[in-house]
Write a protein that binds this ligand. Sequence first.
Ligand code: FDA
Length: 394
Amino acid sequence: MAEKHDVVIIGAGAAGMMCAIEAGKRGRRVLVLDHAKAPGEKIRISGGGRCNFTNIHAGPKNFLSENPHFCKSALARYRPQDFVALVERHGITWHEKTLGQLFCDHSAKDIIRMLLAEMQQAGVVLRLATAISAIEKAASGFRVTTDDGPVEAASLVVASGGKSTPKMGATGFAYRIAEQFGLPIVETRPALVPLTLDPAQLEKIGQLAGVAADVEARCGKAAFREALLLTHRGLSGPAILQISSYWREGAEVVLRLMPDIDIASILKGMRRTNGRQAAHTALADILPRRLAQFFTDEAKLAGRMLADLSDKAIDALSASIQNWTLKPAGSEGYRTAEVTLGGVDTRALDSRTMQARQNPGLYFIGECIDVTGWLGGYNFQWAWASGFAAGQEV
Ligand code: FDA
């Protein structure tokens, strides 16, 4: 005999726990299953241990999807302020870092404790370290076979996340369930991930590993103004993680270093006032020293005085810095990606409820759907909002 619940949720991550709380509050008997030993493992490691739990500016424009309209309904019905109110009800203090990103003052574990307390209050049953071997349709809804025995429920919510960071329990299981029930999948790829350079490029710029700078990173029409970090393997830092979601194999990434500064004008001014200064020394007033040396070497201006440089040479040097074009060879992949781009095709889901159109009772929420946020608390906001939406319906 199968154990009976109203709702079975696969995945005790951000989306699954939010959905469980909302469904439990409505009086539904909810069981959450997870193969991991602890709930919310990605919450625990997020935001450097402080969880960037939302972004006060979160709106549809901050999400990538083949259908950019899909996320609107859920985001409108559960807003960043709603999550902030929940956090404050639990006495968790927070701060805004930059660009609307809200972090816990103390620890990401506060968010997990909060969600567990809410689940307990809503009567949700949480079963961890439970492997799922099969899912099938049953007369009363869905039957899930676990190593703890079979369970049945009228509603099955798939909240098992994407493929990113497998060491934190990611499996891509949601896509297999979607395929089993005939839902199409938008091709998945790692996103919010460092980009790698080929050996020839690394030979040139590997010496810059560890250097950080303010940039505007562009790829196609997308542009992000944040920090760049050069590494032994290529490009990282928030600007690169952001642009990685838009980058495709073969495309170039254009970096505008020190985007607010007119480097050519400054160098020309210095040439008037201090022409005997070496070009790389002058440039080091504007850029980190190693970058200044690198760009003057590349322009074959090492050791040259500013007074010796023509306007054309200064303009070319400045352009090489503010239009620095690199062709990444690849990305660091799912191992280090923060999220998975693509996923369950939104055309197969109802945007108000997250229910599969052709499979009543089957829901997908969170990262496994083809809705991917920018870096900066947007992905958790999607997890909360989609979990909330399904939680009102299951
Ligand atoms: P999530 O992956 O959180 O949860 C899925 C759950 O399903 C897991 O508990 C997993 O164990 C379980 N599961 C998987 N396969 C299963 C199976 N076969 N059987 C049973 N259970 C299974 N976002 C943000 O907004 N702010 C931030 O600060 C960060 N920081 C950050 C840091 C790092 C290092 C990473 C990797 C990611 C982030 N993110 C983030 C992204 C954020 O973590 C992500 O978008 C959400 O966790 C997605 O929530 P979900 O609930 O959809 O999946």
